[in-house]
Design a protein around this ligand. Structure first.
Ligand code: ADP
Ligand code: MG
Length: 702
């Protein structure tokens, strides 16, 4: 027998050939034997059970029925032209419907013959039918490639592939052929000790079972093994680069707590730090004293007081002969950070400047010069900080706010700004569930500010329907009369034709009628405005010159106006949970009771309802993040977009948390016993690094 290796192109698989190979390359992204092997079924059909036609209901996901085709007829015209087959067993009759491949079905189906039909029952005109069912003649079904197997794999295919007989069944045949030629060359990828300890199937067995499970138990075991492997290798890579960072990269040593830090802490700071802030400061102190380069993520809900932690860390850098910078994702935010840092600092303690895209030439020149000679202690800004011309004399600490807005490259650029890489402090107000953080940021150290400053009154959140709009306006009037300010946020700028959204413009017209000058002044900020105008409008609101801020989601992050006490979110059902939570965090920043009013239409999907209910129930960002992860899955959670976590084929970070913890622990134990992976048993793992490179994986932390 010819022996193949897993890198063999699929052209060489019996039954494929060049034409089909190219089609499969294109349609499925499958090139080699190995790729095909990892092209898993997306579901399995339980064909152990036949349903009676009388048992079928529209809420079944799918069902298999054995019966006889009693008639076949083309009905309707044009777009509703369809082939309808009447299909019966001894309990009743259903209709099978095809809108496509009508001719083919007519040619291949025989009236009077027994068929096994499988599909999703739906209710149409009071009767059950199945549209585009899988249908096979009874005899053939018994003898199909998978024999009498109970769980039949279903592979996703495409129209083009189906035209060339590569439907799910076709792919299944290829898998069967493939396993028969390479079943014995699938190498184990995990050390035997780990297999034994975690009771995992060997890789070859797991792959066979994932394609052709003989039982639900086999399938479960196969999935567990393959999921474990996915999670294990992510952790291996993350913890390995963490280890490399810790051992191979020297960091600035901030040995001193000097006069800048102390003057601030003793004379200027306007409030006592919360215990959580103190703890995080301690963690940062330890890191920056250790001699290794710090890579720390600070997670803290909106309003938890991350800014002051950033400031104190930057002063620590200054006290140790280094400069520091703080980078924010938008101009508004950078400006706001600059303002609040400046007012916290006063004029004495440290010098600070702002650099953004709209900084003028003259100011730029001063900044460049002061950076180079070292007289500028702290530089705050946007992406502009990354420009070539921005050169520090000695950059010791880079703080990045709202990290998920920044890409991989940008982070790497900051890192390269200095001969000794600066300590990195990444701050996010988007709480990330623990397991997700472990996978996305597993090579960072994580600090959590899980406590709000004392005296904050929890924001009261209410969900209102359109019919309560006038009451809502009345409420706003009352709050404004008390001297408070109000945000009203819309999801879109321009109404799209199809979506029945009240858009910003009609909303504003309505508002102007309800809140006429001179008693009320309105600021308007939206994404399509030039930065300068945005800033002008923002500033009017910040200074209290306007009482109402109407905005699209540009105000989502960071904006701080403690006098604002009401957040109205229009079409709240259109926002994701984390966005809603972020928006709500714009209020509740002062001493007054604050409110969040979620306005929605009457018709809500199940998910929208759950989102709004969650918002009304809790203010806890971590609880909200957990719910979000459950609703959406990890793919849409902020930060996952650019990470390898999305490549997970089987594992799901929302539902496979225990397995993730198990995999992570396995990796930690492994590195404890054999940090350089030198033992013969661990050579299989070195191969993994050979395949994937082992540099610093910035790609995992964006
Ligand atoms: P975020 O974590 O959302 O960036 P900020 O740093 O903007 O939060 O802080 C929110 C508000 O709370 C600011 O007005 C800040 O001055 C205030 N603040 C921060 N820490 C404390 C504290 N320990 N006690 C009282 N107020 C605080
Ligand atoms: Mg902030």
């Amino acid at each position: 027998m010819v022996s193949y290796d897993l890198n063999t192109p699929i052209t060489y698989l019996k039954g494929v050939g060049q034409f089909k190979a190219e089609l499969i390359n294109k349609e499925l992204g499958v090139f080699t034997f190995e790729d095909l092997l990892h092209y898993y079924p997306f579901r399995y059909v339980d064909k152990t059970r036949f349903y009676k036609i009388s048992e079928l209901t529209a809420d079944m996901a799918a069902a298999q029925v054995l019966g006889r085709l009693v008639s076949l007829e083309v009905v309707g015209e044009k777009r509703s032209r369809r082939l309808v087959g009447k299909f019966r067993d001894d309990t009743g009759l259903i209709e099978l419907v095809w809108f496509q491949a009508i001719k083919w079905m007519q040619d291949h189906l025989e009236i009077g013959k027994a068929y096994v039909v499988y599909g999703k029952p739906t209710l149409f005109g009071g009767a059950i039918n199945i549209t585009h069912p899988e249908i096979e003649s009874y005899g053939r079904q018994q003898m199909s490639v998978t024999g009498n197997q109970s769980l039949q794999p279903v592979y996703s295919s495409t129209e083009k592939l189906k035209k060339h007989f590569l439907d799910s069944k076709g792919i299944q045949r290829l898998q069967e052929t493939l396993l028969s030629v390479i079943g014995n060359v699938i190498e184990e990828s995990l050390p035997h000790a780990i297999l034994a300890q975690h009771k995992l199937l060997p890789l070859a067995t797991a792959l066979r079972f994932i394609h052709f499970p003989a039982s639900a138990q086999d399938l479960h075991e196969a999935e567990r093994r393959l999921k474990f492997e996915e999670l294990f290798f992510i952790q291996l890579k993350l913890l390995r680069s963490k280890h490399i960072q810790k051992t191979k990269f020297k960091g600035h040593v901030f040995a001193e707590v000097g006069s800048k830090f102390n003057t601030f802490y003793q004379d200027r700071i306007p409030f006592p730090l919360t215990n959580a802030q103190k703890r995080v400061m301690k963690e940062i102190r330890m890191d920056t004293r250790s001699g290794a380069q710090m890579n720390r993520l600070v997670q803290g809900d909106v309003g938890s007081g991350k800014t002051v932690v950033a400031l104190m860390s930057m002063l620590l850098a200054n006290d140790n002969g280094c400069q520091a910078c703080l980078m924010a994702p938008t101009e508004i935010l950078a400006q706001q950070h600059f303002n609040s840092l400046k007012s916290l600092l006063g004029d004495e303690i440290a010098s600070i400047r702002l650099l953004t895209g709209s900084t003028g030439k003259k100011e730029r020149k001063i900044i460049h010069q002061q950076l180079a000679e070292g007289s500028l202690d702290i530089l705050v800004g946007t992406h502009a900080l990354l420009e070539e011309g921005v050169r520090f004399r000695q950059l010791g600490l880079a703080v990045i706010d709202e990290q998920h807005r920044f890409g991989v490259e940008q982070r790497a650029k900051l890192w390269r700004k200095n001969a000794i890489p600066p300590h990195m402090l990444v701050m996010t107000a988007t709480p990330i569930p623990r397991t997700l953080a472990m996978s996305l940021y597993g090579d960072l150290d994580i600090s959590v500010i899980d406590e709000l400053p004392a005296g904050r009154k929890p924001i009261q959140t209410m969900h209102l329907f359109e019919r309560s709009r006038l009451q809502m306006f009345g409420f706003l009037r009352k709050e404004i009369a008390l001297g408070r300010q109000v945000y009203i946020v819309y999801p879109l700028i321009k109404e799209s034709e199809k979506m029945d959204l009240m858009n910003l413009e009609t909303g504003i017209e309505h508002l102007v009628r309800e809140f006429p000058l001179p008693d009320y002044r309105i600021s308007i900020v939206h994404g399509k405005m030039p930065a300068k105008d945005k800033d002008f409008e923002m500033q009017r609101f910040v200074k209290g010159e306007t009482q109402i801020m109407v905005a699209t989601t540009v105000i989502e992050v960071g904006v701080n106006v403690p006098n604002a006490s009401v957040m109205v979110i229009e079409n709240a059902e259109r926002f994701g949970l984390s966005q809603l939570h972020q928006l709500r965090g714009r209020v509740g920043r002062g001493a007054e009771q604050s409110y969040c009013l979620l306005m929605s239409g009457n018709k809500l999907s199940k998910e929208s309802k759950l989102r709004l209910e969650t918002m009304v129930r809790t203010n806890d960002g971590f609880e909200i993040a957990e719910t979000d992860l459950k609703i959406r899955g990890p793919g849409d959670i902020a930060g996952t977009q650019q990470s390898g976590v999305l490549d997970l084929k089987l594992a799901n970070l929302a539902t496979d948390q225990p397995l993730l913890l198990e995999a992570r622990e396995a990796v930690i134990r492994l590195f404890e016993e054999d940090p350089e992976l030198l033992s013969p048993a661990n050579q299989v793992l070195r191969k993994f690094f050979g395949r994937n490179g082992n540099g610093i994986s910035w790609d995992k932390i964006s």
